[in-house]
Design a protein. Structure first.
Length: 311
C-alpha cells in the first residue's frame, strides 16, 4: 500500500505543473506598478484540456478561486478554442517562448506567431518611410530601404544596456529620450509600451504632466494589441492615462482634452466593471470626474463593487 501511495503522490506531483493555474488577485502595493499577483494555485479540469496558442482566442479572469473564461474574438463553428499558457509574442521573443514551453510542457509550439518567423516584440519604424519593419528582414518591404540593425537602434543605443536608466532622466534629456524611442519603435511594439511606461513615470516625477500623458497615450495601442481591449492590461493603461489627464485638467482649461478624457474614462469604467477588477487608488478620482462632467452616465456603469456574474 505504501508503494501505491508513493506512486499516486509522484503522479500528482508530476502532473500539477501542467494542469494548474495561478490564482490571481489585483495588487496595488506598489503605487507606480499596480498588477495582478498570484495568491495560490488551482486545478481546473476543463481548462487543462485546452491546447496552447501564443495568440489565443480566449482569456480568463478570477473571482476568488472561481475562474471565468471568455472569448476574445469571434470563434467560428468547428474552430479550435485555444488558451495561452503564459508566453506572449508581443513581449517575449519566439525562441524564448518555444524553449520555455518545451521545458515546462514538453511540446514545441507551432502556433501562427511561432511559425510566422517574425518576432512581434521588436517591431521598428523603417528609417526611410517609417512603416513597420523587423530586424529579421534585409530590407523594408514597403520602400526597399536596406535594414541595418545598428542604424535602426542608434538613437536609443545609450539606453539598451540599462533600460531602467530612463526613469532617472529629467528635463531636456527626458524629452530627447521620448522622441528617440518614438522614432525607433513602431506604434504597436511591445518594447515601445515598456519604454514609454518608464518614461511616463519619469515625466510625472519631473512635473511634466503633458509629457507623461503623451507617453501613456503611446502605450494604449500596444496594450490593445497585446491583451485586447477587454483586458486588465489595457484597462490599467487607460486608467493611469485618465487619472493623469484629470490631474492635469485640475490646473488648466482644455476642452478638447476634457472631451477625450470623458470618452476614455467611460470606456475605462466599463472595462473595469466588466472584468470586476474592484477598486483602485486612481479609480475614485476618475469616477468623480465622470460624475461631474458626464452626470447622465448610467448608474450601473458606475458600480465598482465585486458583484458576482450571472451563472
Amino acid at each position: 500500500k505504501l508503494a501505491q501511495i508513493e506512486h499516486v503522490v509522484r503522479h500528482v506531483a508530476s502532473t500539477l505543473p501542467c494542469n494548474t493555474e495561478d490564482i490571481l488577485e489585483f495588487s496595488e502595493e506598489e503605487r507606480d506598478n499596480p498588477r495582478e499577483t498570484p495568491v495560490g494555485k488551482g486545478m481546473y479540469a476543463y481548462l487543462s484540456m485546452f491546447n496552447h496558442s501564443c495568440v489565443p482566442n480566449t482569456r480568463f479572469y478570477f473571482e476568488g478561486t472561481r475562474l471565468y473564461m471568455v472569448a476574445t474574438k469571434n470563434i467560428e463553428k468547428g474552430e479550435e478554442v485555444f488558451h495561452n499558457y503564459g508566453p506572449n509574442p508581443y513581449y517575449m521573443p519566439t525562441r524564448d517562448r518555444k524553449q520555455g514551453l518545451l521545458r515546462a510542457y514538453h511540446f514545441t509550439c507551432d502556433c501562427p506567431a511561432c511559425e510566422c518567423g517574425i518576432d512581434l516584440t521588436f517591431s521598428f519604424n523603417c528609417p526611410n518611410c517609417k512603416e513597420c519593419v523587423y530586424l529579421c528582414f534585409k530590407e523594408c518591404d514597403k520602400c526597399g530601404h536596406p535594414l541595418n540593425r545598428d542604424e535602426i537602434l542608434a538613437p536609443i543605443s545609450v539606453y539598451m544596456g540599462d533600460p531602467m536608466c530612463v526613469t532617472r532622466l529629467r528635463g531636456e534629456e527626458l524629452r530627447e529620450a521620448v522622441t528617440a524611442v518614438k522614432n525607433v519603435y513602431y506604434v504597436d511594439s511591445g518594447m515601445l509600451a515598456l519604454m514609454m511606461s518608464m518614461l511616463a513615470h519619469a515625466a510625472e516625477k519631473d512635473g511634466d504632466l503633458p509629457l507623461a500623458i503623451s507617453c501613456l497615450e503611446s502605450c494604449l495601442e500596444p496594450a490593445r494589441v497585446w491583451f485586447g481591449q477587454l483586458s486588465h492590461g489595457y484597462a490599467l493603461k487607460l486608467l493611469s492615462l485618465c487619472f493623469l489627464r484629470v490631474k492635469y485638467l485640475e490646473g488648466v482649461v482644455d476642452e478638447e482634452m476634457k472631451e477625450i478624457t470623458v470618452k476614455d474614462a467611460k470606456l475605462c469604467v466599463e472595462v473595469i466593471s466588466e472584468l470586476r477588477m474592484g477598486k483602485h487608488y486612481e479609480l475614485e478620482t476618475v469616477k468623480e470626474f465622470l460624475e461631474k462632467y458626464s452626470p447622465k452616465m448610467e448608474s450601473s456603469k458606475m458600480d465598482f463593487t465585486e458583484s458576482s456574474p450571472e451563472e
